[in-house]
Each structure stands twice: as C-alpha cells, then as structure tokens.
Design a protein around this ligand. Sequence first.
Ligand SMILES: Cc1cn([C@H]2C[C@H](O)[C@@H](COP(=O)(O)OP(=O)(O)O[C@H]3O[C@@H](C)C(=O)[C@@H](O)[C@H]3O)O2)c(=O)[nH]c1=O
Length: 190
Amino acid sequence: MKILSTSIEDVKIVEPKRFGDQRGYFFESWHRAKYKEAGITSSFVQDNCSMSRYGTIRGLHFQLVHPQAKLVQVLKGSVYDVAVDIRVGSPTFGQWVGVELSEENGRQLYIPEGFAHGFCVASEEAVFSYKCSDYYMPEDEGGILWSDPGIGIEWPNVESVLSDKDQVYPCLADIEPSRLPKYSGSGGGA
Ligand SMILES: Cc1cn([C@H]2C[C@H](O)[C@@H](COP(=O)(O)OP(=O)(O)O[C@H]3O[C@@H](C)C(=O)[C@@H](O)[C@H]3O)O2)c(=O)[nH]c1=O
C-alpha cells in the first residue's frame, strides 16, 4: 500500500494494493499492523456504510467530546471527499483538503480526530464505507455549513441534495471556540 501526503499534515491518502485477476479484484481495506507501520494508529470501533444518490452532500460533521478519526473509502461510484481542520490553535485551522475517492481509484482518506468531514456524490450512486475511532453519539455531534464561504470548499458543480440538518448548520466563524476541538500537536489529531 502507498501513503500520500496532503496539504494538511495528518490527513493522509492511502492507496491499498489491489490484486486484480479474471474474477475481479481483492484488496485489504484495513490491516492494523500495516496501517500502524504507515503511521495510522487509530483504534477503530465502528464501521459505517451509506449509499447516496448523485448530487448528495453529507456533512460537514464532527463530534466534540468524543471525536472520531475516520478511514473513508468508496466501494461503488465516486465522491469528492473533504476534511476541514477545525482544531482551535492548529496552524492549518480553517483549511480543507478535498480528494476524489472512487471505486476506480481505490483510494482511502485518513482523517484524524478534530476535523469536520463531508462528501459530495459525483456518480449516479455512491456506496461510502468508513471506520470510526469512537462511537456515534448524536448528542455530541456538531456541524458546519457545507457552503461556508469562510472555508471556501470548491465542491463539484452539482445540484446539491442535503439532509434537513445539513442545510442549517452554522459557519465555522460563528461557532464559539469552546464548541470546537482543540489542537494538541501534530500526529495526535485533536
Ligand atoms: C452517523 C450515524 C447515523 N446513524 C443514524 C442517525 C440517522 O437516523 C441516520 C442518518 O444519520 P445522518 O443523517 O447523520 O447520516 P450522515 O449524514 O451520513 O452522517 C455521516 O456523515 C458523514 C459526512 C460523516 O463524516 C459521518 O461521521 C456521519 O456524520 O443514521 C446511526 O445510527 N449511526 C451513525 O453512526
């Protein structure tokens, strides 16, 4: 597998080694020892899968007291996946990374704790699968408006389909810093 860096330290692109043959393909989507060797040491406790139709944007989501590092990938279709550094005190606070994840390119994105995460579906449908380092706790969930002009994410030009809650999240600059994760140095996420 290959690890590629991004413009934000700690956010990493993973390219698992894919073995193709006449039947199709095989790849290891998670291997604790190999990922640890590559610097991804999160203890994942929950796996999620969602299917979304073309134009769907999910996000931007985070958990505050129980932050989740995520290892995300697309099993069918294609998405534009985004991680925003919302760790107060981080040298890259407010910056974002966007990466195309698709069944075709087989890429995964590792997003440490303390980031807001979202994605936009660029194919007819997308099956999105991810590991989380802490459990889902709806009462701990926070969100940031996907189109926050202060962040300025360059989403693909699609007609966006959003959940009710995702339409009304505040902009990053309107959130009290005490309601955001704190930066505690590179490598440790939040
Ligand atoms: C995320 C999640 C949702 N649910 C339930 C709650 C709700 O009834 C239904 C749909 O939830 P949501 O609308 O929050 O799903 P969704 O918008 O897909 O939420 C996800 O978005 C992406 C961008 C992330 O980064 C994830 O961490 C998660 O926040 O599924 C769970 O039971 N467990 C979970 O872990």
